[in-house]
Design a protein around this ligand. Sequence first.
Ligand code: DLL
Length: 446
Amino acid sequence: MMAKDPTFIMKKKEIWDERSECMSRRELEQLQLERLKTTLRRAYEKIPHYRKKFDEAGIKPEDIKTLKDIRLLPFTTKDDLRENYPFGMFAVPRREVVRIHASSGTTGKPTVVGYTRRDLETWAELVARMVFEAGARAEDTVQISFGYGLFTGALGLHYGLERIGASVVPVSSGNTKRQIMLMKDFGATALVSTPSYALYMGEVAREMGMDPASLPMRLGLFGSEGWTEEMRREIEKCWNCFATDNYGLSEVMGPGVSGECKERDGMHIAEDHFLVEVIDPETLEPVDYGCKGELVITTLTKEAMPVIRYRTKDITSINPEPCRCGRTNARMAKVSGRTDDMLIIRGVNVFPSQIESVLMEIEETAPHYQIIVTREGYLDQIEIKVEVTEEVLKRDRFSELEKLEQKIRDRLYSVLSLDAKVRLVEPHTIERFEGKAKRIIDKRNI
Ligand code: DLL
């Protein structure tokens, strides 16, 4: 009998939580407003930082009567969280906090985030939604190659994947050869990692004499760093998989804020839990739907650490139209950069993602590069170091390499209107990453 098969319902179900993911805008906005009011009241009452900020701005939680009124509230930045290190932004007594994570600040203190039991429940549910929409199912064996620890990526994906019934293999990051061996032996059908690590793992698999494309891994659940469509194609070719993007940040929860469905036409935002705005980072005014700007997030259900108008520094745009998949929650475009990643070279604004797009389209180079910025006198210089493929190396004709360098320079010039120095290097000479890639080396000390 079909009904006895416990996976039967799962197989038929295409949307994890239809009630929440397919609401009408009106219904959703009503829910958002109710939740926003509750969040603001709690933040004002329980967190001295917000009370002070609201008072300084001359605003009380009850002044917020519509969703648009949120613009009256002050923004929150990473500095605010740092100033209240470690637990100053918590809205609940410590006995109610059951988990603490922190984001790896490259400078100074990390930012700390706490979760109540209900926050963990919500988190697992939202990650379940996100992995399910990307195509993960109870039948999948999922290798988690994010580093376990204070980073939200591994544990976040872990509980969400368990919730949909997938078999989770919590390998963590590092020891890449062993990762490949386990992937093969356990027959992992899905991989959780940063896109750059997925690429590196593919390379190691080949070094071990395996063709990654022949392994059963069919679904990539990638996130935690920016990556271009060109990089996606590269990973899909390498692994013969369906590579999906998902987004989140520790300050507001971790992974599960948004993720792609099978249409891969933007990442569905869990709008019943997060209120998003996109602003012009200079004027701080809202931009229209479809226009790029800085993403600002307000949490609507977080208990331990509600965050109000958090400036993410991530650049994206919002599409509120319902998706072909049937979900109605708005989608955010792939993150094209961070406001603090933008390089200004001799007055020209350059995003690393633009450089990546150019390099990925050049057949003779491998998807491993570094962007080095220096200052000579008063002039900024940008140098792109990129690996050539083994095939190019075999040909090894100096004149050909020179031509290739010139070709990359020309393409970069046509996209960026900037004259960049290009340095071709041998395969496997640029650093690889097991977590988030660090491809920019800014030596200008500014
Ligand atoms: O990276 C949370 C996460 C883990 C998301 C696993 C997805 C998967 P943080 O370490 O606090 O948290 O870093 C957050 O990473 O502000 C973005 O700049 C960047 N980021 C995260 N996901 C994406 C993505 C996690 N899909 C910061 N595309 C964010 C581009 C991303 N950038």
